[in-house]
Design a protein. Sequence first.
Length: 405
Amino acid sequence: MDGFGDTLRQHRKAAGWSLRKFAELTAYDFGYLGQIERGDRPTNPAVVAAYDRALSAGGALEKAYGSKQAGDKDVRRRSVLQAMGALAAVPAVDRLVGWEALRHGIGAAVDVDFDEWTEIVADYGRGYYRQPHDQLMAQLGRDLAVLQHQIAAADEHHRPLLLRAAGHLSVIVALSLNACGQTVLAGRWRASAKRIADESGDADTRVLTRAWDVVNGCYDGRAPTTVIALADQVLPLTDGTPSAATCGLLAGRAQALSLGGRHAEAVACVRALADRVEELPATVTADVESLWGWPEHRLRHTESWVYAHAGDQHAAEAAQHRALELYPPSQQRLRTQVQLHQAAALCRNGYIPDGLRLAADLLDQLPAEQHNELVRAVARQVAAAVPDAERHRPVYGELVERVRV
């Protein structure tokens, strides 16, 4: 990865040490040192110092490593500056893209190793629920143009970090396109997000891109069997470590099972999800305003969906009541979706006029700019819950017309 692992290997072998014995001598894991020497992992100052001491190199290895790091930093700095300068200088490029490229270039000149993209991804996670769709997509396009050029200029050490950011931002593009009904384009971006995540090598990003694909599948018209099969393919990628990505996957799987009429399995899945949420770090559950967090209201939303479809009105109402208590003001659409679960449950339990009136009132109360394909997909579930014998009602026809694809 950085080329210095081979230098360490040559010095070890020249001193007559096998890798296994040398690992015992330095108190490092045998496999870990092997990865460093092969270049599968980056070298770090602590390992170099251990080699230097064990081989009695008198600081020579540490000095050589420091010189190489300084040289590598200069090479990377020049690469980033050239890429950002070239992008900013293109006459046809968006003016704001040019300014953003220049800003990144200046940042690289100051500290080429500063990871700004992690914070940019976090900002988009918070902005997803707050920013108007057009504004969000315009800024995403500009940032992805800059990120694309940085990935092309990146070395092997920094490339995975940039790919991880690209995977996350591609998820937001796919979600935004899906929300405005652009399902074909959304599908392309979901596929790209998964390929980028695979290339990054980051296990959590691989699960996250696929988890949102599963969740999207519950709204974009894909067959429930297709979505369930996708979720089951992703489950082996989870390593048992609780994370927002894993919880998102389980939530999407539970919802897809409900749509497929497999209610007992859906209830079992949502209960497993509840257990997993209990294990999440507080920083994840407290992140109520971000797409990347997994606060309690997401669990209650999933429970509302599952129990409403299963006909367990008591459990559904308890989940809905708790979700409505927890939703922050920025998530008005999700609040409406949970209330539409209530409307669908009323229809399934025989209270057809009440369910249809509630759905109509909820759509009337939601500001026009908040209406999107996700809301309409849940409203269509209300219409689908109305028995054929009750579909003569004018309010049913009006609802169907309002949420037509």
